[in-house]
Ligand binder design. Structure first.
Ligand code: PMP
Length: 366
């Protein structure tokens, strides 16, 4: 069977040329006379890969030189705990903007080590929006930082301006990293699981400001030593290689970033993502048959979530779409409905094929 258009929320579609490259290096990587997964992470060949991955991420995101870039394991979920552990002690306040399942999970983990609460939440309206410029964010006196989830993969919402606060931001960028530009300097920590816009699962990009690294060092001193695998300052010192990293995952991530750079970098993809999300939202707004979930000002360009006015039709939609070569359009299990994840690597015509399919579906079932 042919490859389908893959709208999976993650792990997600990878660029076709990168998949071709990956096939080749499994047996033979450069002059190593062994495959990419078979060489030491301490070898010169692998060091060149991780150095290039870091250099590319710095270029495409505009990461300042004094920030550190790490490639860790444990997923974004480990960062929920690790950020708090490295930035805050039991007396310290970390404030959270709660805009969905993943921010709620981040708060639970942070509350294990510090005074972490949500200062703003859209839970009462099924997470259908994020705070806008008109919303006051009641940051607590003395708060160390404010955490937000840049794009909410499940609810299909996205911040279109940074939260306006006077303390460093911590951002979970898992589902929109490198899909648009971002002002890195406003952040103390940025993190993202790779499995949506950067590569396969098993690698997490973590970007740390000098302030965050200094706080990690201070937390280490205050506690008599943070656990090594959870210690930002140690990971920076060891260049992400305190232990064996996910060598294949980092290689794949480096290739995805090369693919992205050759095509014009984040600016190119941002314009394309905006245009094609607008096409799909226009279709959802065109007819009462569809019910987009997110409020217009909060709509995500990466994960578009909607319902059908008659929800009984949703499972039929998912099955028929899959038969028509449009994969993984079922909404997250916690929300139901439908969702199209449209990461950088999704080909443009996938969106047009989806819209044609939707029109035909409406004609037949509307
Ligand atoms: N944050 C966001 C925004 C996510 O979408 C996800 C996963 N879908 C996570 C965190 C958790 O990521 P991981 O599975 O890498 O821990």
């Amino acid at each position: 069977m042919a490859r389908a258009y893959n709208f999976s929320a993650g792990p997600a579609v990878l660029p076709e040329p990168v998949l071709e490259e990956l096939k080749g290096v499994l047996h033979e990587f450069g002059s190593a006379r062994a495959g990419i997964m078979e060489i030491s992470h301490r070898s010169k060949d692998f060091q060149a890969v991780i150095d290039s991955a870091e250099a590319r991420l710095r270029r495409v995101m505009g990461i300042p030189d004094d920030y550190a870039v790490l490639f860790l394991q444990g997923g974004a979920s480990m960062q929920f705990y690790m950020t708090a552990l490295n930035l805050a002690g039991p007396e310290d306040r970390l404030d959270y903007i709660s805009t969905g399942t993943w921010s709620a999970k981040a708060i639970v983990e942070a509350a294990r080590v510090c005074d972490a609460v949500d200062i703003w939440s859209s839970k009462d309206s099924a997470f259908d929006h994020v705070p806008g410029p008109q919303d006051i964010l009641p940051v607590r006196e003395g708060a160390v930082a404010v955490h937000y989830t840049s794009n909410n993969t499940v609810a299909g919402t996205q911040f279109h301006a940074l939260p306006a606060v006077d303390v460093p931001l911590i951002a979970d960028l898992s589902s929109d990293i490198c899909s648009r530009t971002i002002d890195v300097k406003k952040h103390g920590v940025l993190y993202a699981g790779a499995q949506k816009n950067l590569g396969p699962s098993g690698v997490t990009a973590v970007i740390l400001s000098p302030w965050a690294i200094a706080r990690s060092e201070a937390r280490g001193k205050a506690t008599g030593g943070l656990p090594s695998m959870l210690n930002y300052a140690l990971m920076v010192k060891k260049g992400s290689m305190f232990n064996t990293p996910n060598t294949f995952g980092i290689f794949a991530l480096e290739r995805v970033l090369a693919w992205l750079e050759v095509r014009g970098g984040v600016a190119h993809f941002a314009a394309r993502n905006t245009a094609r999300a607008a096409r799909l939202y226009a279709e959802l707004d065109r007819s009462d048959f569809w019910r987009p979930r997110a409020r217009p000002a909060s709509r995500s360009e990466m994960n578009i979530a909607w319902r059908i006015s008659n929800p009984d039709l949703e499972p039929i939609f998912v099955t028929e779409a899959s038969e028509a070569g449009l994969l993984a359009l079922k909404g997250h299990r916690s929300m139901g409905g439908l969702r199209a994840s449209m990461y950088n690597a999704l080909p443009d015509n996938a969106v047009d094929v989806l819209i044609d399919f939707m029109r035909d579906f409406e004609r037949r079932h509307g």
